[in-house]
Design a binder for this molecule. Structure first.
Ligand code: VGL
Ligand code: ZN
Length: 213
């Protein structure tokens, strides 16, 4: 069943209740990726997940800044920051993975977004590129040289995880059918794909993966 080379890891980005329909920061059609991920998982030896995991006082929440609305941009710790609805608060059900997602073969979960004064879209580093989740050194210790990235959301955490993976020297593939965009602006998903391709990230549908890797 494992048809993908063991030097290749599957990274599941933020497949959590709050990013799925009904969640606090629901990604449109986010649930459509679940059966695709279920079909992908048995093909990989190495599977890791990232988990958006914020303290309640996190600076990315509009609710923590007077007179602001989600979607608005502010400055946080010297960086531009889009404000979000309260989401993925530590130890709440919104931060949980859906029970329909098989976690039995995941090697590790890397939490991100714990520092209240900086957001963390990438699964590798926070947005200031100071905090390190340990994902890079974990992958290197496992002998991983290629990563396939899926999950939510394409225009934020998937995009930044893929750009960091590529810049760290991993061959990087985003499986487009197993991701969906928030699309605060309707073209954001399309722009994210263009940005990824320009950076040398391979973007393909999962049905083409086995002929490629
Ligand atoms: C995400 C916005 C805020 C994501 C996380 O997982 O794409 N987006 N926190
Ligand atoms: Zn978040």
């Amino acid at each position: 069943m494992k048809t993908i080379n063991p030097d290749t890891a599957l990274i599941l980005v933020d497949v959590q209740h709050d990013f799925l329909p009904g969640g606090a920061l629901a990604v449109p059609q986010g649930d459509e990726i679940l059966p695709i991920i279920a079909a992908l998982q048995p093909q990989f030896d190495h599977i890791v997940a990232t988990q958006d995991w914020h303290p309640a006082d996190h600076g990315s929440f509009a609710a923590n800044h007077p007179n602001t609305q989600p979607g608005q941009q502010i400055e946080l710790g010297g960086l531009p920051q889009i404000l979000w609805p309260v989401h993925c608060v530590e130890d709440t059900s919104g931060a949980d993975f859906p029970t329909t997602l098989d976690r039995s073969r995941w090697k590790r979960v890397f939490q991100k977004g714990r520092n209240p004064v900086v957001d963390s879209y990438s699964g590798f580093f926070d947005n200031a590129r100071k905090g390190d989740t340990g994902l890079r050194s974990y992958l290197l210790l496992q002998g991983v040289r290629r990563v396939c990235i899926v999950g939510l959301a394409l225009d934020y955490c998937v995009k930044y995880t893929a750009l960091d993976a590529k810049s760290l020297g991993f061959e990087t593939v985003v499986l487009l059918d197993a991701t969906r965009a928030v699309n605060l602006k309707s073209e954001d998903g399309k722009l994210a794909i263009e940005e990824l391709k320009a950076a040398g990230v391979l973007c393909m549908d999962s049905k083409f993966l086995s002929s490629y890797v």
